[in-house]
Design a protein around this ligand. Structure first.
Ligand code: AMP
Length: 284
């Protein structure tokens, strides 16, 4: 039976019991409105650990001014049902005040990765990754998991978290899982609920475009700048407003060289911001 807790003290007391019997704890942080992408992380967590903790927290500090914090879809009841069906051990659903206490004068600390947070999504969402790294650090110190799972869908976020764990010398194994898609190819996302019916039909073109770029590269095309330009034109003609479309190195996210490249994209379709990516050589 899933245990649901809102307070850090309760979470810590449950987890210290779990730790005392040497169970391997995994953590799946989410913002809720769960879909098959989130659930695939939970399923993987169940396979590789003994005790699965899921968190649902719409983290205010990772929303940039003017973004959808207030309207972000909150569907706790159905999320609880889905997690119960998967037999998750513990769900942590804190209030904002619990993770960002403001009742004393302790100066605040933010976790930052200046290099990775200033490019791609970070350039268009200044402060976003600082908010992500900060909340994930807090969750790591509260839960102290052995394993933490993140989706490759948010690839830049995944790299930032890997670097955070490395830099802070945390004894946590970061495990990633592939992007789960609709049959149309559209990457599942909580924000897809913002798409109108016609936008939902249009949105798979984003992934179609990535696949086309990958096909060209695999066929020997090395003019990445030109490929990026063509992709921009294709997407703009399909009704997207492209923020960036980059073929980059999958480790550094700098412009790609010859090996292990990844195609990363962020584009608006109407009022919905979509992101997606695929690795050039491992994609099938
Ligand atoms: P979110 O609730 O959007 O913050 O996402 C929580 C976790 O689920 C993050 O690690 C995401 O990368 C992951 N995730 C979101 N969408 C997908 C997807 N379509 N496939 C796999 N993982 C996903």
């Amino acid at each position: 039976m899933i245990k649901i807790v809102k307070k850090i003290v309760h979470l810590e007391s449950l987890l210290s019991d779990v730790r005392s019997v040497k169970k391997k704890i995994s953590l799946v942080p989410t913002m809720g409105n769960l879909h098959k992408g989130h659930l695939s992380l939970v399923e993987k967590a169940k396979k590789i650990s003994d005790y699965v903790v899921v968190t649902i927290f719409v983290n205010p500090t990772q929303f940039v001014e003017g973004e959808d914090f207030a309207n972000y879809p909150r569907t706790l009841d159905s999320d609880i049902n889905l997690l119960s069906e998967l037999d998750v051990d513990l769900l942590f659903v804190p209030e904002v005040i619990e993770l960002y206490p403001t009742n004393d004068n302790t100066p605040t600390i933010e976790i930052s990765n200046p290099e990775l947070e200033s490019i791609h999504c970070g350039k268009y969402r200044p402060g976003h990754f600082k908010g992500v790294a900060t909340i994930v650090s807090k969750l790591f110190s509260i839960v102290q998991p052995n394993i933490a799972l993140f989706g490759e869908k948010d690839y830049q976020q995944l790299l930032i978290i890997r670097s955070l764990v490395k830099n802070l010398l945390l004894p946590i194994e970061v495990v990633s899982a592939p992007t789960i898609r609709e049959d149309s190819g559209l990457a599942m996302s909580s924000r897809n609920t913002y798409l109108s019916k016609s936008e939902f039909r249009q949105a798979p073109k984003l992934y179609k475009c990535i696949k086309e770029t990958i096909k060209m590269i695999r066929n020997g095309d090395k003019d990445y700048e030109q490929l990026e330009k063509e992709a921009n034109i294709f997407l703009e003609q399909a009704g997207f407003k492209v923020e960036y479309y980059s073929i980059c190195d999958s480790k550094t996210l700098a412009p790609a060289g010859d090996d292990d490249a990844i195609v990363l994209v962020a584009a608006w379709l109407g009022k919905t911001r979509l992101i997606d990516n695929a690795r050039v050589h491992t994609y099938d």
